[in-house]
Design a protein around this ligand. Sequence first.
Ligand code: HEC
Length: 152
Amino acid sequence: MSHLHFLLPGAVVLGLSGCGQEPDVPPKPVDLEVAAQTWNTTDKQWGEAELRQLVEGERLYRKRCAGCHLSSGEGQMTLGAPALRNSAVVKGPAGGLMTTVLFGRGTMPAFRTSMKDADLALILSYVRNAWGNQQDDLIAAADVAAARGAGK
Ligand code: HEC
């Protein structure tokens, strides 16, 4: 009976790690110095509130999008998920980007029912500036609300 005692914890760990879902990592306190080093460029110095939005956007991106597009933004050809790094859609007019993510495209799921305007705004602000995309602007929740209202 004693060996069972040692096997059970391993079985529990396997069960949890095998469920295939992205872990829901809770927000950590933002280290503004690290965030500034990460995000500021010679062309753009972000404010404190903006840095917090980019950090939270990265956290939400990893949770909701990286499963297909990878945390590097390189995408996964096997899933048909294109790179978001240097993507014309991501770097193009915000309207097209918001419509793609709200209403889906091809096999890409729509996020309009599963995500709030504010959270989508954070994710889209992140992808427009991550991996050298560097659009130097943020998308506001009100912009996402307007795109949602305008429809596909
Ligand atoms: C289940 C996999 C999956 C998830 C999760 C996913 N995508 Fe996609 N995404 C795709 C696929 C597949 C396409 C290509 C759609 C097509 O054109 O057929 C795509 C296309 C895109 C495009 C268009 C890129 C281009 O250059 O054409 C953007 C932008 C995008 N996704 C952003 C996101 C964002 C932001 C999230 C998270 C909120 C996300 N995706 C989550 C699979 C996914």
